[in-house]
Design a protein around this ligand. Structure first.
Ligand code: ATP
Ligand code: MG
Length: 637
């Protein structure tokens, strides 16, 4: 499993900058938001200037000896201050209202893209990434980007503008004091740079550790039965605790670093205010600054406290968002390993097209001839010198597999556990691509067929029958969403899935997680019905009857026998009873098909087949025997 910490890193800030593409539809809104924020900041800054006007104008005039009583400009200045306060509040409300829509939509667009891309990526990618690594990217990382895009960006810009405008006003009020104040804030830059460097490392560490924790929780929930059955709950709890403690320690380090940074940021404006009090009083005493000017100066400097403090918070937010964007783009930048020749990318329709289009999807497109019809029983399948090595594996699983299956023929694939039977089926369905050799359907290289056409032509029932948390019907119609009720009922009948009628809501009963649980054999029969219903040209069945009792197995075998005459089929078989489905048997050993022939012939001529298909001698018994139920050669006439 590759550790995401070792994935090509890129630069977090560059990744965050790239994420702006998701905000593009909202650029107009963002400009309005920014304008509202800047106007609100302007209103806030104007209030101290009004205070100066009031003190140096009507208040100073009233304090002069012999001045006539009266308010002068005091009332208009007071009303203007109230109007500015109200305007600031309204503008902030308007900004927040716009912001919510833009950033939540941005987060949703990113999540949709991430999900679609995960669907496009080949199973090999999913094998090598832990579920927690993907989950936390799709949840916490996207939320971190949303928080920064909504709050952080606007406040970063307004804080910088606010800071620049206030410093300009201070210099205008008193150039020397203004420049001194600007110099007093210089350490903020050094503090920010230092914080940014250290916080980036901690952010990445925390997010990666959260991946591990999420994976741990998910595996513990999925494997709860095994943990309980082996009395390993305490061990799992201890492992979880250790994992959670690591996350906790990193979060505490992050919080402490933030705390130290914010405290140092707090010091700067407060020290500046103290300096101004002293120097400002001196300037007033030397008549270089009016009292109103000093009050406005101090009020403006106090207004710098919030932008500087906010800067600390925004930097932390930005750093987390940048790391999150980097982690999300590690997946989005990953090119699909299995691509469709038409679009060169595997395309959105790539892996989903087969399901969406059903068998008819091939009409009018390359490979449309592969659609099965009443007149032609399936396609010819050629496996030509095929080899395959799993990424990172020391040796190839398949070295040189050669096998031809004629249209409508059923071949049983027999081999020892781990010999590569499932792997070969995956190559035919292009769930992985062969590292050497060619697989052809009706003479066409499968890598040159559009993926939707291939997926419509080939249907699989895997050895581990995966069902989704939807109704029985939705599970069964995965490869043929438009199937009629009669077709679904027929597929369920062939797969001997009569138990569906006894479920509380029949075909519409929800199963899987948070739904009704089914037995292994029941799940296997639904997966078989799903493959049958797709009416493919090539049917791949990976040991489809392994979980059935002998009685049900015999019933399924009889019904399947009739169906298999209408498709080309490759059936992985461990038992003679499954071999009975086939016209011919192929023996896989050492990464090659070492023999093909009838069950009876192979028992005579192929020692490996004999070994696989015979029972061990009973204790005290003599020679091994052919397994019970061994079919006559060419069981299907
Ligand atoms: N995703 C994977 N990554 C690396 N190696 C794998 C992967 N899947 C399978 N293998 C290895 O490839 C070999 C063949 O596996 P495969 O599942 O094809 O065997 P099989 O013949 O179907 O076995 P079984 O009869 O037990 O189902 C095994 O040694 C297995 O460990
Ligand atoms: Mg297998």
């Amino acid at each position: 499993m590759p550790d995401s910490r070792l994935a090509p890193a890129g630069v977090p800030l560059a990744a965050l900058w790239r994420a702006r593409e998701y905000l593009r539809p909202y650029y107009g809104w963002l400009l309005l938001m920014l304008a509202a924020a800047l106007l609100a900041t302007g209103a806030e800054i104007a209030i101290p200037l009004l205070t100066k006007a009031a003190i140096d104008g009507p208040i100073a005039a009233a304090a002069r000896p012999g001045a006539a009583p009266g308010h002068g400009l005091l009332l208009p200045i007071g009303l203007a201050a109230i109007a500015l306060g109200v305007a600031e509040g309204m503008l902030n409300m308007f900004r927040r209202w716009m912001q919510a829509d833009a950033v939540v939509s941005m987060e949703q667009a990113m999540r949709d893209d991430l999900y679609a891309h995960l669907q496009r990526l080949e199973p090999g990618f999913h094998d090598s990434w832990q579920s927690g690594q993907l989950l936390s990217r799709a949840t916490t990382d996207l939320s971190a980007i949303r928080r920064f895009a909504g709050f952080g960006v606007v406040f970063l810009i307004t804080s910088v503008v606010n800071f620049a405008v206030i410093i300009a006003l201070l210099i205008r009020l008193d150039p020397v004091l203004g420049l001194l104040t600007a110099a007093a804030f210089a350490p903020v830059i050094a503090l920010c740079l230092r914080f940014e460097r250290r916080y980036r490392v901690l952010s990445r560490r925390a997010q990666d550790q959260q991946d591990d924790l999420a994976t741990h929780v998910e595996e513990a929930a999925a494997g709860i039965r095994a943990l309980k059955a082996f009395g390993r709950r305490d061990l799992a709890a201890a492992a979880h605790q250790a994992q959670a403690r690591r996350v906790c320690r990193t979060q505490v380090s992050k919080a402490r670093l933030r705390g130290r940074f914010w405290a140092s940021l707090d010091l700067v404006p407060n020290a500046a205010v103290a300096m101004i009090l002293v120097l400002g009083a001196l300037a007033v005493s030397h008549r270089q600054l009016t009292i109103g000017g000093l009050v406005a100066f101090i009020a403006l400097v106090l207004q710098l406290v919030w932008p500087v403090e906010a800067l600390g918070y925004i930097l932390a937010l930005g750093q987390e968002a940048a790391t999150a964007a980097q982690r999300v783009y590690e997946i989005l930048d990953r090119a699909p390993g299995i691509t469709s020749p038409a679009d060169g990318t595997g395309g959105g329709a790539g892996d989903g097209g087969g399901a969406a289009g059903g068998p008819a999807a091939g009409h009018g497109r390359p490979g449309g001839h592969l659609v099965p019809s009443r007149s032609r029983p399936g396609a010819r399948l050629d496996i030509d010198h095929v080899g395959f090595r799993y990424p990172g594996a020391a040796a190839p699983v398949l070295r040189d597999v050669c096998l031809r299956i004629e249209p409508g023929e059923t071949v049983a694939l027999v081999g020892a556990t781990g010999s590569g039977k499932t792997t070969l089926l995956h190559l035919i369905a292009r769930l992985a691509d062969a590292t050497s050799g060619t697989i052809r359907l009706d003479g066409v290289d499968i890598t040159s067929l559009p993926l939707p056409v291939l997926r419509a032509a080939v249907a699989c029932a895997f050895e581990d029958p995966t069902l989704f948390s939807v109704s029985v019907r939705e599970n069964v119609t995965l490869g043929a969403p438009a199937a009629s009720d009669e077709a679904v009922a027929r597929a369920l009948e062939i797969a001997q899935a009569g138990f569906v009628a006894d479920l509380p809501w029949g075909q519409h009963t929800r199963i899987g997680e948070q739904g009704l649980s089914l037995s292994g054999g029941q799940r296997q029969r639904l997966a078989l019905a799903r493959a049958i219903l797709a009416s493919p040209s090539v049917l791949l069945l990976d040991d489809p009857l392994s979980a059935l009792d002998v009685h049900t197995e015999a019933l399924v075998t009889a019904a399947l026998g009739q169906l298999l005459t209408r498709a080309t089929a490759l059936v992985v078989a461990h038992r003679p009873s499954t071999v009975a489905l086939a016209d011919r048997v192929a023996v896989l050993d050492g990464g090659q098909v070492i023999a093909t022939g009838s069950h009876r012939d192979l028992l005579q001529t192929c020692p490996q087949y004999q070994h696989l298909m015979t029972t061990a001698p009973p204790p005290g018994g003599s020679a091994p025997q052919a397994a019970v139920g061994a079919p006559a050669a060419g069981a299907r006439p």
